[in-house]
Design a protein around this ligand. Sequence first.
Ligand SMILES: [Zn+2]
Ligand SMILES: [Zn+2]
Length: 147
Amino acid sequence: MKEPQTKILVGGCQCGAVRYRAEGQPRKIHYCHCRMCQRAVGNMFAAFVPMRQDQVTWEGPLSLFRSSSVAQRGFCKSCGTPLSFAYDKSAWICLSLGSLDEPTAVRPEFHYGVENQMPWLHFADNLPRERTNEAELSGLISYQYNP
Ligand SMILES: [Zn+2]
Ligand SMILES: [Zn+2]
């Protein structure tokens, strides 16, 4: 059983041009191993801290890339740090865990998109592992460059 925990999460990009402050209860903190997240963060997986959109305040110019017909990804145009991911119709926005000033203040609860997890990457955790929900993505048009 988990207690609801209100947190104040502060963070931003590498150069400091974009900052955010979020106050509320993060929900479903997770690793995402999907191909789009890999490409978006230029790494093996993304780690996200979902917060309610209305609980997040941005300072500075958050740039957006429409990665698909249903979602946008926020980043800093000056330094390139990936900062957010949000479905257009969701009340939630995922903040990139590594952009937090204190990333150890939160802890991932599960792995998502594990069908694309790097085969040589192993986690010594017992967290639940979920495949990408294909039904959820039906009708999605990807705008990601796929050679
Ligand atoms: Zn920056
Ligand atoms: Zn993903």
